[in-house]
Design a protein around this ligand. Sequence first.
Ligand SMILES: [Zn+2]
Length: 337
Amino acid sequence: MDPEQIPFPTTLLAIWLFILGLCVGSFLNVVIARVPAGQSIVRPRSRCPKCGYTLTWYDNIPLVSWLVLRGRCRGCGAPISPRYPLVELATGLLFLACLRRFGVSWELVSGLVLITLLIPLTFIDLEHWILPFSLTVPGIVLGVGLAGVQGAEALRDAAVGAAVGFLVFRLMEYLGWTLLRKEAMGGGDKYLVAMLGGFLSWKSLLGILFLSSFQGAVVGILLIALTGRAGPRAEGQGAAQEEQEAPEPELTMTWEFLKPGLPWWRRLAGVPVCLLFQPIPDEPKDEAGQEVDWVPGKTNIPFGPWLALAGLEILLLGPWLTQVLPPNLALLVGGVP
Ligand SMILES: [Zn+2]
């Protein structure tokens, strides 16, 4: 659009939304740092982990403070991660993109909430390999609820999206355990897909599945070729730990049809039963009976960031993608017309 055609109130709204995005991003940095550790996101005030210097209001101005301090603590000069200004800037820019895509509408509100949830989920999964329930489960409720504001049809599409997304990933998780005898994906992924299905309706699910697996596979293969591993290491994972393979989890499923030597149709018949009621295998334990932390292998990638990226692409670029992609792919990504 020609910038001169954008009416003044919209420009003002855009500036306001960008600043709001920077501030929300600043809060999301707190969420990313504290939620995985189980700490409160409200209190206490942020401190430097090195020297304990308590940040004042002028150390907390999004983007500006980090630039003024040149990425160093005012108290001790310890470097502050560039993740802080990056998250703030990304939130601001994505808020702007959302305004451009939807204009002033309920879809804008829903989009802003989705972005606010996807950013911390992405960074937490990259660092800790978890998708906290405290973000995904309220996210499912918010996604379906905000669709409900837009009418009965949108509510139905969102509820179906959340349910189908959850069940499809639950099925894949189950098949991973029974056929491959290993964890094919993180247990939190199905809640993230349910959240995306709630916000973006069931029509987006095929596109999300396609975009996330395709992009994840391409980048994963490139990373293995370049660095020798597909995903980041888990936090605190040392080089010594890297050498030893993660212990095989003990399966505790006692279902009759999982026993070896049964005909394939008996196993298949058990799938729908097991899908909902299959017990989750126990955490692997060491000799002392302590739970052993799962260590990501060289070819493991956290799938959450790829699901989040696919969700953002469909949210912000959906109509554009259906125009530039070949017709078959466009139908997949754009969903059912
Ligand atoms: Zn310090």
